[in-house]
Design a protein around this ligand. Structure first.
Ligand SMILES: Nc1ncnc2c1ncn2[C@@H]1O[C@H](COP(=O)(O)OP(=O)(O)OP(=O)(O)O)[C@@H](O)[C@H]1O
Ligand SMILES: [Mg+2]
Length: 502
């Protein structure tokens, strides 16, 4: 680390209608340092970083770069000062190519001021290659998976060659392999003297990569400390401001009749002869690496994608879903992986989003029971501890993690017989995770069937009654709760077919 801090933010305050997002927050980051910024959902992490990147003005406070006071009033000014940001919410334009997104607003000029497309795509290819991303820079963003979009965001920020690099939850959608590549790259940039601010809810990786950690709670700084001096538990306790109880509050549920049966489901190139059952009261974990076909499976069950062959039976009745609407009618709920695109109406209120799928339940004789809608929505907001100034707040103004809780709330509210959760705790803080696990556990106890897709092994092991492992569109292993071991699961996810327990 060099002597003085490269970047200092002093006494930053920021208020939004109804919320004091930041109160006198100061942070100093050195060149050649990876500084983690952590805290619960809604603690103010993204807001602090958006102020640094020129997205919002602070109400008060000062920013210093290399000891000089700077004023940053927009993203371009931040970029000129060498500050770049990878946003938590993707900031890519879906209908244009990867290359155009990476160089948006600064296309290389060629002959007669025309855009030099060859150079643009070549340069883009070079950046992608350095990240070991095998994508064609001419592909459109809208055709990419969430993980690939995340890698493009990272490529875009790196192309700016900044002295301060802000990464707001860059790993939440990545596979372990991609995370390893990203971390190697972060270390390289650190050695070149870049100051990196890294936001993540995964405390293990924070411990692994960060030199120092700053913890925010409710818009205030709790402390800054050397990462090696704090244990994972100490960090979690400092974040939530109390001792955490058990992380996986799984309750015993009575496992009953088969509620959902999948027989020989095939979809060319995606799903290869998938068969399994889900029983009442059961939490069925589906583990696999990104790209293993888990989301495709969920989409096929939910009627979002058609299948080539195979059958779906609900309580022994064969069903065919032509759209998610049919699936919802049959009692299936799904919390999708990509929540901002598929799960939320961002310009609508918290209340509207939570009650939308279940509105039909609140109507009698064609009239809406407004009071009941409000009551139920406010119950969910409490249960999931959604941080919002009111039920009328537009969802777009909630923090990333709180938006995700709204998607969960809306499906929990509908009380489906079968609930499919695709990465239910991605981007959610440790405290809220435990709350969500306890809600999932309650649902199972009530006799619902839950399919929980996850890339997080601890949550799969902690919550599932049974675990299916997928690789390349197939089920490669199945484990009961008692026989599940991390090593076996990882092997199966890597493609080793395990027939022992089938
Ligand atoms: N544009 C906005 N308008 C109104 N309120 C906002 C806006 N942006 C953030 N907030 C509020 O400010 C507080 C801090 O939000 P912020 O996004 O900084 O949290 P965060 O720490 O990044 O959380 P997460 O881990 O969920 O991403 C929250 O209560 C949020 O609802
Ligand atoms: Mg955030």
């Amino acid at each position: 680390m060099s002597n003085g801090p490269l970047l200092e933010m002093k006494q930053i305050c920021k208020r939004f209608p109804g919320v004091q997002a930041l109160r006198n927050v100061s942070i100093a980051v050195c060149g050649g340092e990876i500084h983690a910024l952590i805290g619960e959902n809604g603690a103010g992490k993204s807001t602090l970083m958006k102020i640094l990147a020129g997205v919002y003005p602070a109400d008060s406070g000062e920013i210093y770069l290399n000891g000089h006071r700077v004023k940053i009033s927009n993203l371009q000014e931040a970029q000129k000062l060498g500050i770049s940001i990878i946003f938590q919410e993707f900031n890519l334009i879906p209908h244009i190519s990867i290359g155009e997104n990476i160089f948006f607003g600064r296309f290389p000029q060629g002959f007669c001021g025309r855009v030099n497309w060859d150079k643009l795509f070549n340069d883009a290819k070079q950046i992608l290659t350095s990240l070991e991303i095998g994508l064609d820079p001419r592909s459109l963003i809208k055709d990419l998976s969430v993980a690939d979009q995340q890698m493009v965001e990272i490529a875009k920020a790196l192309s700016l060659q900044s002295q301060v690099l802000i990464m707001d939850e860059p790993t939440s959608a990545l596979t372990q392999k991609e995370i390893d590549i990203l971390f190697a790259l972060m270390k390289k940039l650190k050695n070149q003297g870049v100051a990196i601010i890294f936001i993540s809810h995964r405390l293990e990786e924070v411990k692994e990569i960060a030199d120092r950690i700053t913890i925010l709670r409710d818009g205030e700084k709790v402390c800054t400390a050397e990462a090696k001096n704090l244990t994972r538990e100490e960090i979690a306790n400092l974040m939530v401001g109390r001792e955490m109880e058990t992380m996986f509050p799984k309750q015993e549920a009575k496992i009953g009749q088969t509620i959902l049966e999948i027989k020989n489901l095939c979809r060319k190139g995606k799903l290869n002869n998938i068969s399994f059952c889900l029983r009442r009261g059961e939490i069925l974990g589906i583990y696999g690496l990104v790209g293993a076909g888990r989301t495709e499976l969920a989409r096929a069950i939910f009627g979002e994608d058609s299948v080539d062959t195979g059958d779906i039976l609900i309580e022994e009745e064969p069903v065919t879903f032509y759209s998610p609407y049919d699936a919802v009618h049959a009692g299936i709920g799904m919390v999708p992986e990509d929540r901002s695109r598929q799960g939320l109406l961002l310009t609508q209120s918290v209340e509207f989003n939570i009650s939308l799928p279940s509105l039909i339940n609140y109507a009698s004789f064609g009239k809406m029971n407004k009071k009941l809608v409000l009551e139920r929505a406010s119950k969910q907001v409490k249960a999931l501890n959604i941080k919002t100034p009111s039920l009328d707040q537009k969802v777009m103004y909630l923090s990333g993690g709180n938006q995700q809780k709204v998607v969960l709330a809306k499906w929990l509210e509908l009380e489906p017989r079968i609930l499919i959760l695709d990465e239910p705790t991605r981007g959610i803080d440790v405290g809220a995770k435990a709350e969500i696990y306890s809600l999932i556990s309650n649902l199972a106890q009530k006799g619902f069937g839950v399919i929980m897709i996850s890339s997080e092994l601890p949550e799969i092991l902690g919550m599932s009654d049974r675990i299916l492992v997928m690789n390349k569109g197939r089920i490669t292993a199945q484990f009961n709760r008692e026989e599940a071991e991390p090593q076996k699961i990882i092997m199966a996810a890597a493609g080793r077919v395990n027939n022992e327990s089938n």
